[in-house]
Design a protein around this ligand. Sequence first.
Ligand SMILES: C[S@@+](CC[C@H](N)C(=O)[O-])C[C@H]1O[C@@H](n2cnc3c(N)ncnc32)[C@H](O)[C@@H]1O
Length: 223
Amino acid sequence: MRWVERLFKTWLTILLCREQMSEESKDYKQKDWQRHYDENDLGWDLGQVAPPFIRLWDDGKLPLGKMLIPGCGRGHEVQFFSKNSFVVTAVDYSEGAVTYLKNALNEKNLEGRVLHQDFFSLDNSHNAFYDLVIEQTFFCAISPRQRQDYVQNVSRVLKPGGMLVGLFYHTDKEGGPPYNTTREDIEKHFSGHFKILKLEKEAHSVEQRKNREWLAILKKLDN
Ligand SMILES: C[S@@+](CC[C@H](N)C(=O)[O-])C[C@H]1O[C@@H](n2cnc3c(N)ncnc32)[C@H](O)[C@@H]1O
């Protein structure tokens, strides 16, 4: 009987691995994102800073200091916050994004560190380094299977008591990217590592994202 059990377990493992591999093969890879830049197909790019961030800044809700912006794309937020005295580090693994952003910062005489690398492989020099992480259409760009990894990495790079301030995209659609984010997704993934200070539908989104963005203000827990 033992060998039947073993055979069944092996078969099940192979089946699960194949399923996972086929799911992974559907994920967007670096080359897929780069193709968007090559073809100037940047449907997500607002061409401006997302208005809710300007509002939060105007209202003094964002602590000045070191800021990280993962999956920064062309980096409208990077430029805005750099202009407003934050010490900004931006990360994106698409060359099209970092080249555009570096040129834009140069032309406007703005400071900012732009890293051309995978957000999930930031080295230990980033640990507890940032006061604030800004999330803008990056959480919805990664595979939902990477969400817990995202939370752990954001928590790792924040100082104790550091904040994650983000706009999370509630597409209400299957598949992606962009992958749907519900209130429950945010609560489920973040509550072990962050205190949720605010989580509500954002009222000042750009027209095409009206009623489709969660504004989340999260504070890193000391654990
Ligand atoms: C939907 S775009 C959003 C860009 C920007 N945040 C915006 O709102 O305009 C997602 C970006 O994340 C980048 N990206 C995706 N996965 C990444 C990863 N693992 N590490 C770094 N960048 C990544 C892509 O290259 C792309 O520029």
